[in-house]
Every structure is written in structure tokens, then in C-alpha cells.
Design a protein around this ligand. Structure first.
Ligand SMILES: O=C(COP(=O)(O)O)NO
Ligand SMILES: [Ca+2]
Ligand code: NA
Ligand SMILES: [Zn+2]
Length: 305
């Protein structure tokens, strides 16, 4: 059933488990996400970035909304990295049931102002809101945040920010970063910071940049002709520890990008004569489902629906 982000994340924080929020850009990715959630009896969030909205528009949103409505587990459709008040409201008009306003590149005051505006409008329409305090490294959809600017979330500021904005859930910067190259080897996750913020707040917390970049998938990507440098993601143990302390929404995009490309590359290299799109895009669904299943087991959301 199609629900709001709060319907999924409030129980997740209370139950000390994480719920994957997976980015989609087409039908096959959406099917892999929602069908795997149903098979594992897991709540799930499907998210579209502004780039995905540009790419698939209402057509893609409608695919997500229809699958979500018919799903036997709770599913929310979430706007990922909304960059403005207008963008957030447009998404709500499109049928999204959760929106992020990402104003974390502004100073504290401006972030509060922008976030508050979206919270008031979204709440008037029964939609829940994600906002962000602090800056991840790596590429954010519309902003390149280089290392020196990346700053981690201050626990006291987080309390103030939540009070002043009324945000329903909060994305915090605690060492993760977007993309396939999260650091040399195992990225450092500031667990003390997560635990401090969790001890001072009661709303669900959000971890962006949480793809694990599984080495097995990276190897298959290279073997099937893909080119990628030394990719690294978040360790399963770090995610498990974080979901024990308030992290309830866990954003995953890169893992699905790699998995779907592995499926497609392997289909094309294995059968050079193949030109039936179902034989080419279908395998992508399989590889994505395996990656999604692993993530749901790591986060502890299996059986929680
Ligand atoms: O935070 C993310 C995705 O992060 P990854 O690149 O680690 O999948 N989307 O908002
Ligand atoms: Ca941001
Ligand atoms: Na988001
Ligand atoms: Zn993100």
C-alpha cells in the first residue's frame, strides 16, 4: 500500500531497524525494489531524484505509484534531494508521499527558513518531509561538495534545527558520501556522533551515501567490460551499528546502478546475437533483486511489514 515516509520511518526508528530508500529511473528498477520488498515482507521507500523526474516524469512516477498502491507491503514515493520549495511542491502534486528539501549547502538560518516553508506546505497536504543538516562529500545531485567543504552534523545544532523547522526526519552527515568512491578502503563512520545525535533527538535519522559497493558486483562489472577505479562503499557492520542508533532511512542508488549495469553487460557479452530487450533488461532485475535483498537483511527490515 502507498503510505507516507512517516508511516514507514517512525516504526523503523522505534524498532531499531533501517529501511532502504532506493533510487529508481525506470520500470525494471522499480519492480526489483517493490517485488523484493514484498517477497521479504519488508517496508520500503522508492525515491526519485530531480534528474529521475526529468528523465521519467509523471510516466515513471505513475509506475511507482501504481506498483506501490498494489503492493502487499508499505511503500512510500520520496523526492530525493529536492532543491527548492517549488520542486518539493511539484513532486507532491505528482503524487509523491514524502519529499526531501535539501538546503544543507546554505547557512543554518537559510536552511531553517527554506525547510520550514516546505514543512508547512507539505504538512498541510499530509505529506512528510526530510531535510538535511551538514554536508556529505562526493557529488550531490546538483552540488559538488569537495572534501574541505564537507562538514559533519553538530548534535546541538541538530536539536535546534529540528525544533525550528518541524522536519519529520533529518539527513545527517556522519562520514558517508555519494557515489562509488567513498574513500580508500573502509570509509570512517562517526558512530559517536550518530549516537550523540540519536540520544538528543527522537525523529527518524537518514543516512545518505549508504551503498555498500559490493566487491563481487564490482568484479563482475569489470569482467563484463565495465571500467571502474578502486570503488568502496559503506561496510555492512557500520550500517548495522548505525540503524541501532536512530538511523531509520538508508539511501541506496549506486548499488542499483552497478547491479543493473552488470545484468545488462553480462547479457550483451554472453549473447552477442541477442536483441530482445526483455532478455537484456530482465537480467538487470535479477542482479538488482539480489543486491536489494542483501541490503534489507543488513538493515533488519525483513519481516517488518
Ligand atoms: O544518498 C544517496 C545514494 O547514495 P549512494 O551513492 O551511496 O548510493 N541518494 O540520495
Ligand atoms: Ca545537501
Ligand atoms: Na532523500
Ligand atoms: Zn543523497
Amino acid at each position: 500500500m502507498l503510505v507516507t515516509g512517516n508511516d514507514i520511518l517512525i516504526p523503523a526508528r522505534a524498532g531499531h531497524y533501517g529501511v532502504g530508500s532506493f533510487n529508481t529511473n525506470n520500470m525494471e528498477i522499480t519492480q526489483a525494489i517493490i517485488h523484493t520488498a514484498e517477497r521479504l515482507r519488508s517496508p520500503v521507500m522508492v525515491q526519485m531524484s530531480e534528474g529521475a523526474i526529468k528523465y521519467g516524469g509523471q510516466d515513471l512516477a505513475n509506475i511507482v505509484i501504481d506498483l506501490a498502491r498494489r503492493a502487499t507491503v508499505p511503500v512510500a514515493l520520496h523526492l530525493d534531494h529536492g532543491s527548492s520549495y517549488e520542486s518539493a511542491l511539484k513532486a507532491i502534486k505528482m503524487g509523491f508521499t514524502s519529499v526531501m528539501i535539501d538546503a544543507s549547502h546554505h547557512g543554518f538560518e537559510d536552511n531553517v527558513k527554506e525547510t520550514k516553508r516546505v514543512v508547512e506546505a507539505a504538512h498541510a497536504m499530509g505529506i512528510s518531509v526530510e531535510s538535511e543538516l551538514g554536508r556529505l562529500g562526493g557529488i550531490e545531485e546538483h552540488i559538488v561538495v569537495d572534501e574541505k567543504d564537507a562538514f559533519l552534523t553538530d548534535p546541538e545544532e541538530a536539536v535546534q534545527f529540528i525544533e525550528q523547522t518541524g522536519t519529520d526526519y533529518l539527513a545527517i552527515a556522519i562520514g558517508t558520501s555519494h557515489g562509488a568512491f567513498k574513500g580508500k578502503g573502509r570509509p570512517y563512520i562517526d558512530h559517536a556522533r550518530i549516537e550523540k545525535i540519536a540520544s538528543l533527538t527522537s525523529i527518524p535519522l537518514v543516512a545518505h551515501g549508504s551503498s555498500g559497493v559490493p566487491q563481487e558486483i564490482v568484479e563482475r562489472f569489470r569482467k563484463a567490460g565495465g571500467e571502474i577505479g578502486d570503488a568502496a562503499g559503506i561496510a555492512d557492520e557500520d550500517l548495522q551499528r548505525a540503524t541501532g542508533f536512530g538511523i531509520a532511512k538508508v539511501n541506496v542508488d549506486t548499488d542499483l546502478r552497478l547491479a543493473s549495469t552488470v545484468g545488462i553487460r553480462e547479457a550483451l557479452t554472453a549473447n552477442p546475437k541477442e536483441f530482445d530487450p526483455r532478455k537484456i533488461f530482465g537480467p538487470a532485475r535479477e542482479v538488482m533483486s539480489q543486491v536489494i535483498e542483501h541490503k534489507m537483511r543488513v538493515l533488519g527490515s525483513v519481516g517488518k511489514a
